[in-house]
Design a protein around this ligand. Structure first.
Ligand SMILES: Cc1cc2nc3c(=O)[nH]c(=O)nc-3n(C[C@H](O)[C@H](O)[C@H](O)COP(=O)(O)OP(=O)(O)OC[C@H]3O[C@@H](n4cnc5c(N)ncnc54)[C@H](O)[C@@H]3O)c2cc1C
Ligand code: SF4
Length: 343
């Protein structure tokens, strides 16, 4: 967990107050906003231009990228020249930007000679189980995700599916819980469950979903954003493996809560995606993916992808620390290659 148990790196320790999704006043919860960005700005080498929106990446006649065109906070179009461009707009916006940057030289979008830009969109097999107990549980006290059960994480095809999943204790604040306990529900059963909030405990189920080429981000043929650029169209279907895994996870998580005295167990459907992954996948061979192991696109030497869209599979755990590790490795690689005047 990226939360300070004691003061570290200029940030405070966790006070176990809870409701971490609403923000962490003590700065115990790691985020680039409170950690890397202030440090970067202090060096004088980092300038953040908030509320800017990149519309297109440009390239020269040799195919090397030369910079980006973006709308600034005052809605003025700007052009920023760059020696290298690192795309990190999340797994939906990154492929959208590459596709929206199509040109005569790259008619299918930048870095897309394999046709893999936008494909293999993943967001984890998810679901949630809530248990209601006779006496108060106060699940909201302490960090939002305080415990992880990894017993079902290993690959064990005897269970009827490939890959595995984690069960992560989860506490939501009341407004979030009302929206997601049973989306669209109303009436006595629903309000009775909400009345039991202080006696409730939650467990998020998160597992490896299958990468599928047909789960993909494309450019919407008609809908455009306020700058006139095509928006992303997202297609995602569960693989039968994902469905089998979710059913198994519901069964095991209910069994855990029943074993510790739950009087009611409430399975809830997957939330809207929070873990976007894939869509600019890493590959050894250029024909199989978009980028190499350092996030450098196979097609364009000075164009990099630096976010979760690099993933080839989702694994049975939350993605952010892996995204950060890849970004750190990539930064070291870029620094070395720039010093060598190789890019
Ligand atoms: C409610 C919630 C809870 C989560 N909890 C966890 C957790 O407990 N553990 C975990 O590991 N992960 C968690 N995640 C997932 C995690 O936040 C993401 O996996 C991670 O942030 C993805 O990193 P990224 O670099 O791919 O994209 P992001 O962090 O989304 O960064 C993309 C950035 O690019 C910007 N951008 C996009 N397009 C453009 C453009 N055209 N021009 C300029 N800027 C642009 C966006 O505004 C954004 O700032 C959670 C997510 C949510 C929503
Ligand atoms: S419980 Fe969450 S919000 Fe509160 S201090 Fe700890 S990490 Fe921060």
């Amino acid at each position: 967990m990226a939360i300070n148990s004691q003061p570290r790196d200029g940030r405070g320790s966790c006070q176990q107050i809870g409701f971490c999704f609403q923000g962490c006043k003590s700065g115990a919860k790691w985020s680039t906003l409170v950690s890397e960005i202030p440090k970067g700005e202090a060096t004088g080498n980092l300038e953040v231009r908030p509320d800017s929106h990149v519309m297109k990446i440009e390239h020269d006649a040799s195919g090397k990228v030369t910079g980006v065109v973006y709308m600034d906070a005052d809605n003025k179009m700007q052009r920023q020249k760059a020696r290298i461009v690192a795309v990190a707009g999340n797994s939906i916006e990154s492929p959208r930007l590459l596709l929206n940057s199509a040109s005569n030289m790259f008619p299918d979008g930048l870095a897309n000679s394999s046709g893999q830009v936008g494909r293999n969109y993943m967001r984890h097999m998810t679901g949630t189980m809530y248990g209601i107990f006779e006496r108060p549980v106060h699940m909201y006290r302490g960090t939002t995700m305080a415990g992880i059960i990894r017993d079902e994480a290993p690959h064990n095809p005897k269970r009827g599916f490939n890959g595995g999943y984690e069960m992560e204790t989860l506490s939501l604040g009341l407004p979030f819980m009302a929206a997601f306990l049973n989306p669209g529900a109303w009436g006595r059963t629903f309000t009775a469950s909400m009345d039991a909030y202080s006696r409730m405990a939650g467990m998020w189920l998160i597992g490896e979903d299958m990468p599928q080429e047909t789960n993909r981000i494309t450019l919407d043929p008609t809908a455009k954003d306020k700058h006139g650029m095509p928006v992303a169209s997202v297609h995602y279907d569960d693989h039968p493996n994902d469905v089998a895994m979710r059913n198994h996870a519901y069964q095991q998580s209910a069994a855990i809560y029943q074993a510790v005295g739950a009087t009611v167990t409430l399975p809830t459907p997957p939330y809207p995606s929070t873990h976007n992954m894939g869509t600019n996948r890493m590959s050894e061979k250029p024909r199989d993916g978009v980028i190499n192991k350092f996030g450098q696109t196979h097609d364009i030497k000075n164009l990099f992808v630096s976010d979760g869209s690099q993933f080839t599979s989702g694994a049975a755990c939350n993605p952010t620390l892996t995204i950060v590790s890849l970004a750190i490795r990539q930064a070291d690689h870029i620094a070395t290659r720039m010093q060598q005047r190789d890019i």
